[in-house]
Design a protein around this ligand. Structure first.
Ligand SMILES: O=C(O)c1cc(=O)[nH]c(=O)n1[C@@H]1O[C@H](COP(=O)(O)O)[C@@H](O)[C@H]1O
Length: 239
């Protein structure tokens, strides 16, 4: 399983959110030397499937396959088995799928890939949800409380780590300690547009709060020079 990052550059995960495999491959080639991992998400996977993910992997950096699986345990286990040949370093499931589903994902990964398995990361509360949007889904108590509840559930079920916003990272570290891998999207360099992200902070704040890795998409891929944008973020973290 992937080891914790040892340098500011290694903390950086670039999200390659595009439906165009040629663009994803070009971004991957430019960004592989500047980042710890490259993230393949739903947009590229829906458009280009495993072949799209393989083109990103060809750039040479480890791949974070962010499929946010959320289904009955049997179906999630099957999906995990199906993507193992891509040798992702990280794979996401939704903690809200429940303990049995998270456990099924972990077991399928372990059986299929042994010690080489991807880290199973449980997404807690999407960073695009503010308190009102979360309440509208029927969850009482606010994002922090729900993130902490789902974090405990997922870790007890066998998740290796969590995905949360920078606003909850320190609270997770207080509650769960240093062991869980913490992957934090909703990250914006000072002055960058938040877009559809609701719970955001800067790269420096996210790392100070306890993030192992930070995920940035548009602030990097939307820049005129994505590699330079990634380098600037790593430099701000002390690279
Ligand atoms: O699992 C994720 O990576 C994820 C979880 C979450 O709660 N919020 C979130 O933004 N992400 C992903 O992180 C990336 C953020 O992209 P930008 O908003 O463009 O920086 C996207 O690829 C999202 O799919």
């Amino acid at each position: 399983m992937i080891a914790r990052p040892r340098s500011p550059r290694a903390r950086l995960i670039a999200a390659l959110d595009t439906a165009d495999a040629d663009r994803a491959a070009a971004l991957a080639a430019a960004l592989a030397p500047e980042c710890g991992l490259l993230k393949v998400g739903l947009e590229l996977f829906a458009a280009e499937g495993p072949a799209g993910a393989a083109r990103v992997a060809a750039a040479g950096a480890p791949v974070f396959l962010d499929l946010k699986l959320h289904d009955i345990p049997n179906t999630v286990a099957g999906a995990v088995r199906a993507v193992l040949p891509l040798r992702p370093a990280m794979l996401t499931v939704h903690a809200a799928g429940g303990a049995a589903m998270v456990a099924a994902a972990r077991e399928a990964a372990e059986r299929g890939a042994g010690a080489d398995r991807p880290a199973i990361l449980a997404v807690t509360v999407l960073t695009s949800l503010d308190a009102a949007a979360l309440a509208a889904t029927g969850v009482a108590g606010g994002p922090v409380q729900q993130v902490l509840r789902l974090a405990r559930l997922a870790l007890e079920a066998g998740a290796d780590g969590l995905v949360c916003s920078p606003r909850e990272a320190a609270r997770i570290r207080d509650a769960e300690g240093g062991a869980p891998l913490l992957v934090v999207p909703g990250v914006r360099p000072a002055g960058a547009a938040a877009g559809d992200q609701a719970r955001v902070a800067t790269p420096e704040e996210a790392v100070r709060a306890g993030a192992d890795w930070i995920v940035l998409g548009r602030p990097i891929t939307g820049a005129a020079d994505p590699a330079a944008a990634a380098r600037a973020i790593a430099e701000a973290l002390g690279a």
